[in-house]
Design a protein around this ligand. Structure first.
Ligand code: DTP
Length: 331
C-alpha cells in the first residue's frame, strides 16, 4: 500500500479545501488514530474534487454527499480567515509534526512512529542514525525515501506491466497478470505498483499444498533486472522494489488462487472508499464481500459457500450493484 499525499490538482476549483481536508485526514489517521474521522475527511475531499465548481460557502458544500455540519463550518472558517485554527494547532504540535515526518517512510505506520517519537527519534535525520530501531522493510523505506515519494507516471507502469506480462507468458502462457490500484483506475500517476497474478493450477482448495510459483516468478524478474530488492516474500505475497529507469519504485506482487482472482482484482483496484461502499451494499443485499470471495449470509449470520465468479462484473451482478468501469471507481 502506498502512502497518501495531499493531491495538488490545481485544475480542481476546490483544491484548497481538498488539501486542508486531506491534511486533517492524515492527522486523524496517523496521529489521533481515528480512522472513521479520517475517512470522513477523505470522503468530503473526494466529493468537493468531483463537484467541479467552486464552492462559495459551507452551506453550499453541505448539499454534497459526505459533507455535514462540522466540515461545512470548517469551509466557512477557511473562506473567512484563509486558514483553520485546528490545522494551525496540529502544525504547531511537536508530536504531530514528528509522526507526520516519520510516517513518510515506507513500513513505518502510526504506532511505530509514536514509539520512535517516544524514544527520542523525532525526525528523519535522527532516524538515519538510529537504524538499529528499524526492521528490514523500514530500513529499505528509509534508503529509498525520496524515490518512493516520487509519483510513478503511467507510462512507467505500462513499461513494468509489459515486462511482467512478457516474462510470465514465456514462463507459462496460462498466467494471468493484472496491475490494479490507481493505475487500473486510469490515473496518470500512481504511488506504487500493485500486481496480481494467477495460474489455473493454483486454486483455493489446494492452498494447503506448498507452492513455489511466486518464488520462481520473483527470481526470474530479478534476473531480468526488474526487481532490485526484496522487502518480504511469502508464498502468496511479494513486497519489494523495482527499477526501469533512474528511480526505484515500490512493487507488490500477489499470487491469488485462480477461483478468487476477480474478487482480488476488484479489491485491489479500489479505491478504498469505493470498496467500502460496495461492501456495505453487499451486506445490505445479504452477502459478504472481501478480497477473496463473495458469500451469501445465511439466516444464522454465518456466511455460506462462495459463489462462483468468472469476471469482475459477476460480482456487481450478484449484489445488484450497477457496474462501474475501473475509471469510474475514483471516489
Ligand atoms: P496509490 O496511487 O496511492 O498507490 P491506490 O493504488 O488506490 O493509490 P494503494 O496502493 O494504497 O492505493 O492500495 C491499492 C488498493 O487496495 C486500493 O485502491 C484499494 C485497496 N485497499 C487498500 N487499503 C484498503 C482498505 N483499508 N480498505 C479497502 N480497500 C483497500
Amino acid at each position: 500500500m502506498s502512502k497518501r499525499k495531499a493531491p495538488s490538482d490545481s485544475t480542481n476549483p476546490n483544491h484548497d479545501f481538498c488539501e486542508f481536508l486531506i491534511e486533517l485526514a492524515d492527522y486523524e489517521k496517523n496521529v489521533a488514530r481515528n480512522i472513521y474521522k479520517s475517512n470522513a475527511y477523505r470522503k468530503a475531499a473526494s466529493a468537493l474534487a468531483k463537484h467541479g465548481k467552486r464552492i462559495k460557502s459551507g452551506e453550499e458544500a453541505q448539499k454534497l454527499d459526505g459533507i455535514g455540519d462540522k466540515i461545512s463550518k470548517k469551509i466557512d472558517e477557511f473562506l473567512e480567515t484563509g486558514k483553520l485554527k485546528k490545522l494551525d494547532n496540529i502544525r504547531n504540535d511537536d508530536a504531530s509534526v514528528s509522526i507526520k515526518e516519520l510516517t513518510r517512510v515506507s513500513g513505518i505506520g502510526p504506532a511505530k512512529a509514536k514509539e520512535l517519537y517516544d524514544s527520542g527519534v523525532t525526525n528523519i535525520d535522527i532516524l538515519l542514525k538510529n537504524q538499529d530501531k528499524l526492521n528490514h522493510h523500514q530500513i529499505l523505506g528509509l534508503k529509498y525515501l525520496n524515490d518512493f515519494e516520487e509519483k510513478i507516471p503511467r507510462n512507467e507502469v505500462i513499461e513494468v506491466e509489459q515486462i511482467i506480462k512478457k516474462t510470465l507468458h514465456n514462463l507459462d502462457p496460462k498466467y494471468k497478470v493484472t496491475i490494479c490500484g490507481s493505475y487500473r483506475r486510469g490515473k496518470e500517476f500512481s504511488g506504487d505498483i500493485d500486481t496480481l497474478i494467477s495460474h489455473p493450477s493454483f486454486m483455493s482448495h489446494g492452498l494447503k499444498k506448498k507452492s513455489d510459483k511466486l518464488q520462481v516468478v520473483v527470481d526470474i524478474l530479478k534476473k531480468n533486472n526488474l526487481i532490485t530488492e526484496t522487502i518480504s516474500l511469502g508464498e502468496a505475497k511479494f513486497m519489494g522494489v523495482c527499477k526501469v529507469n533512474r528511480i526505484s519504485r515500490r512493487l507488490d506482487i500477489r499470487l491469488n488462487p485462480y477461483d478468487q482472482f476477480y474478487c482480488a482484482v476488484l479489491y485491489f483496484t479500489g479505491s478504498d472508499l469505493f470498496n467500502k461502499q460496495m461492501r456495505e451494499h453487499a451486506i445490505n443485499q445479504g452477502f459478504t464481500l472481501n478480497e477473496y470471495t463473495l458469500r451469501p449470509m445465511g439466516s444464522t449470520g454465518i456466511p455460506g459457500e462462495p459463489v462462483e465468479i468468472t469476471s469482475e462484473k459477476d460480482i456487481f451482478d450478484y449484489i445488484d450493484y450497477p457496474y462501474k468501469k475501473p475509471e469510474e471507481r475514483n471516489i
